[in-house]
Design a protein around this ligand. Sequence first.
Ligand SMILES: Cc1cc2nc3c(=O)[nH]c(=O)nc-3n(C[C@H](O)[C@H](O)[C@H](O)COP(=O)(O)O)c2cc1C
Length: 125
Amino acid sequence: MIAEHLAEDGLIIDMHRIGVDAPIDASEYDLIFIGTFTWEMGATPDEVKDFVLEVGYKPENVAVFGTGDTQFGGDELFCLAVDKLAKFYGSNWDGLKIEQSPRGSQEFNVKNWLEGVLHDVKRLA
Ligand SMILES: Cc1cc2nc3c(=O)[nH]c(=O)nc-3n(C[C@H](O)[C@H](O)[C@H](O)COP(=O)(O)O)c2cc1C
């Protein structure tokens, strides 16, 4: 959904599948969206940690989004990996947290969050 919205905005997108695709050169990108699920007791998945190490430094232009499920530990652990990554990167934006998958009203959350990110990026450009 994020990629679709960005494409509608006329932006050029590279999609990287964490743990699948060849490493990226993060310095080539104006903006990097990192998506993650949250695992056992609020943990960041190993694949995502590996990606962080692979990038090797903390780009300043990272926005974080992810899915989670409140069934696995309530609000306290909900999408905790999103918060952890956003904090790690010193992200300018609160992470986008989606319960299970972005259907119904959560679709608006995706759009609103993205508009907020793009608004700031354009303002700072
Ligand atoms: C063993 C297990 C532990 C999980 N722990 C958490 C958790 O601590 N916090 C959270 O928000 N979601 C947790 N989840 C939910 C996953 O993040 C969730 O399944 C995923 O984000 C939704 O993607 P999916 O549709 O691919 O399952 C857990 C799921 C499983 C199976």
